[in-house]
Design a protein around this ligand. Structure first.
Ligand code: HAM
Length: 413
């Protein structure tokens, strides 16, 4: 038997109902924060991701699903596509600030494990057009708020500021010098990155690399007064809103486009893949892909990881049990009559079902129970003759008799 590709997920109907609820609630919360939904293509030009996420990142160097001609790639993330769409459609001419959100599938060729998939979904938000600290506070508080609206409260926010390009290049010089002295102890990947993009060595998961990195110079020490003030303002704003955070000077995030504020929201219920949400400022991304300078900040939350947390906290999904009418039929004429009736009722938005296997009345009743039908209507020769049907209300077994012609006007309650 052919099975699904590794690291992908089948959403069976009951999983889909849960996911739909999550999406609906996210859309509602997004609209309260005045974020508008954006949808972009499933694949983009490979160049878009190379230029924005960065060639030396894990995502671009190892995890992209690119088509054989290498011109196109299934999107591994949405920030670059959103900015591409923003620039291509001249959204900046409509208003100076845009608040956009998305719920979409992403593709990364990672080693699958709990909470890590090759096709996964993100809910993300991008606040484009402002470099003011108030934008950072609003966006981070949005991330914090939507999680708490789902009852996800046991989280840790890690936050840092990784400076601008010139602050970072001073730092990178220092970092490089420091790492050069450990060159022979570094992993092969990190040795390669040493000349190409030493900052990405800080993302290494290798144990020995991590040991070396723990003594490396700290980026924050290279920040000028502007970014320090920005950081202080953001932290103060979060404290004013009662949002707790831990400053983590080692949080550089694994994508090259970040500048200034970076943050992550972690949930310990997730085990080793504990990053539930990640984001930050990316004031240079627009220019990197050929657009005009446009400051922006955003985040993305993995929906599979969010579902895992919801399961762990025993989130109460609303019951999905819409009222259904089940028609039990006996004999060919009844079967044909019911097909007509059902098609009429369905145009009125009434959910109805009948037997499609010409089964016995007993088997049909069993199916009605399995569907949890609210009403069961039995139609056979007698009913057709008398032009009368019995509607049985399953919850209390009560019955009403009505004329066939009145069925489409009957109020099923
Ligand atoms: P990211 O940290 O690569 O950031 O991903 C954000 C979130 O997506 C992670 O925290 C995690 O919940 C989920 N995620 C990532 N990879 C996987 C995977 N293989 N399986 C399951 N879930 C995964 C970004 O993607 C940035 N675009 C976020 C951003 C938006 N920055 C600014 N704006």
């Amino acid at each position: 038997m052919i099975t699904k590709p590794k690291g992908t997920i089948d959403f069976l109907p009951e999983d889909t109902i849960k996911r739909q609820h999550i999406e609906e609630k996210l859309r509602l919360i997004s609209s309260v924060f005045n974020y508008k939904e954006i949808r972009t293509p499933t694949f983009e030009k490979t160049e878009l991701f190379k230029r924005s996420i960065g060639e030396e990142t894990d995502i671009v160097s190892k995890e992209m699903y690119s088509f054989s001609d290498n011109e196109f790639t299934l999107k591994p993330e949405m920030t670059a596509p959103v900015i591409r769409a923003y620039l291509e459609n001249n959204l900046q001419n409509i208003s100076p600030v845009h608040k956009l959100y998305y719920i979409s599938n992403m593709f990364r060729h990672e080693r699958p494990q709990a909470g890590r998939f090759r096709e996964f979904s993100q809910f993300g938000a991008e606040l484009i057009g402002s470099n003011d600290y108030s934008a950072d506070i609003e966006l981070i508080s949005f991330g914090h708020y939507f999680l708490s609206a789902f009852g996800i409260k046991e989280i840790r926010i890690k936050i840092n500021n990784i400076g601008n390009i010139s602050e970072r290049s001073l730092y990178i010089n220092d970092l490089k010098q420091f790492l050069e002295s450990y060159k022979n102890d570094l992993s092969e990947d990190s040795r390669k990155r040493l000349s190409r993009n030493p900052l990405r060595i800080l993302d290494s998961k290798d144990k020995k690399d991590r040991e070396i990195i723990s003594n490396a110079p700290v980026l924050y020490d290279f920040l000028g007064s502007r970014n320090r003030l920005h950081f202080q303002n953001v932290l103060e704003g979060l404290s004013d809103l009662g949002i707790n955070y831990d400053i983590d000077y080692s949080l550089v995030r694994g994508l090259d486009y970040y500048t200034s504020t970076t943050f992550e929201i972690l949930s310990d219920t997730l085990g080793s893949q504990n990053a539930l949400l990640g984001g930050g400022r990316y004031d240079l991304l627009s220019e990197q892909i050929g657009g005009k300078s446009t400051p922006a900040i955003g985040f993305a939350c993995g929906l599979e990881r969010m579902s895992m947390v919801l399961d762990a906290i025993k989130y109460k999904f609303p019951e999905y049990n819409p009222p259904m009418l089940y028609f039990v039929t006996s004999g060919e004429p009844a079967k044909k009559k019911v097909l007509l009736l059902i098609s009429k009722l369905r145009t009125q938005g009434i959910i109805c079902e009948t037997d499609l296997l010409s089964r016995s009345i007993k088997a049909q009743m069993k199916e009605a129970n399995r569907f949890n039908a609210k009403f069961v209507i039995v139609i056979g020769e007698n009913e057709l003759e008398a032009n009368e049907i019995r509607i049985k209300r399953m919850i209390d077994g009560s019955e009403v008799r009505i004329n066939f012609d009145n069925l489409t006007n009957y109020s099923f309650e």
